[in-house]
Design a protein around this ligand. Sequence first.
Ligand SMILES: NC(=O)c1ccc[n+]([C@@H]2O[C@H](COP(=O)([O-])OP(=O)(O)OC[C@H]3O[C@@H](n4cnc5c(N)ncnc54)[C@H](O)[C@@H]3O)[C@@H](O)[C@H]2O)c1
Length: 385
Amino acid sequence: MEQTTENIYKFGIIGCGLMGREFASSVARWCHLAEMDVKPEIVAVCDSNPDILKWYTNNFDSIEQVTSDYKELLSNDNVDAVYIAVPHNLHQEFYCAAIEAGKHLLGEKPFGIDKAANDVITECINKHPGVFVRCSSESPFFPALQKVGKMIEEDVFGAILEVNSGFLHSSDMDFSKPINWKRMLKFNGEYGCMGDLGMHALHMPFKAGLIPKNVRAILSNVVEERPDGKGGMAKCETWDNATLFCETVETKSGNEFPMTIKTQRIAPGNKNTWYLEIIGTKTSVKWSSKQLNTLEILEYTGGEQAWQVIDMGHEMAYKSITGGIFEAGFSDSILQMWAAFLYELNHGKPISKFAGCVTPAEVALSHKLFTASLESQKNSSVVNI
Ligand SMILES: NC(=O)c1ccc[n+]([C@@H]2O[C@H](COP(=O)([O-])OP(=O)(O)OC[C@H]3O[C@@H](n4cnc5c(N)ncnc54)[C@H](O)[C@@H]3O)[C@@H](O)[C@H]2O)c1
């Protein structure tokens, strides 16, 4: 239970909106982690909107630098690492500048507005091997998914028959909701909902070495215009919903099977649902964030086929002070992701395979898949990856 704080990494946050606050809140409750020998401290914040920075300075005495210029923050020698959570059109410029300044980086997905931007970021990472870079994606840190990760490592599934993974929400169901940057091509990119939600759906399959060989994608633009918030209407050009049908190879066994990846912003009945199903000849699992702490497992040993329903407790990858029987939630998964980033930065590897953040190679693969999906939609074709 004793927490040592030998290694402190001084952080700057660039982009202090929705996700910037989640990181700051994780820093504030770092004492929740029982056995960490490394700790973040926020010393600098940057956002082009000065109003939102007051929440940070009101809550964090450690902040020494407040700026609207990200270059100013990156030239601060007291900053060791940065979290960057800005609109997608800024990823390439900001991430490369951070890496070139020698700052360790946790960057938000999709890690570049398109494949060309991601290729430039990847090249920059390769030129600076001393800088630790990972992509943000918190969903696999829920206890049920950590258990699935262990099951994958223990090879319990037999031959995998099918994998279904997705992220469905409905924050665009209200057609009268004014447009924001996440629905504009210029800021969000051509990927649309895939860029927003795709990395979350791909995180577990990619860590498991389940690699799409090709894709047939069906993308839908359901809402073509939205109120512009100024009394007029604005074009809403990004893809709202995507279903990707992938012929997939399990790298370990060479077995092939179908995998569907769904990312939807207009999914009636789903506020923010992430799900994963792995169907195998020996073992199958089903999980949905609708019942965050429930894992369904079917083990076939001959005889009846019965689904077991398991209540997960607070079985976190990075030990927490919370009692083992208590439920986990969204902010716990964010705290765990940050524990994973700092643990790997400090120790050179994650505490276990599925308790690691998304790597640059996994991100690059997601860009290949999304780019192939755009081509597949355009030509109604199956596209090799
Ligand atoms: N991991 C997740 O679960 C998750 C959830 C939502 C969003 N995201 C990702 O996080 C990133 C940011 O999304 P968000 O929801 O926090 O958006 P947001 O709009 O709430 O925050 C973005 C912030 O960037 C600031 N900004 C814009 N231009 C800037 C500039 N030139 N210099 C400095 N600051 C600037 C904005 O003022 C805003 O405060 C995106 O990449 C998005 O895909 C991740």
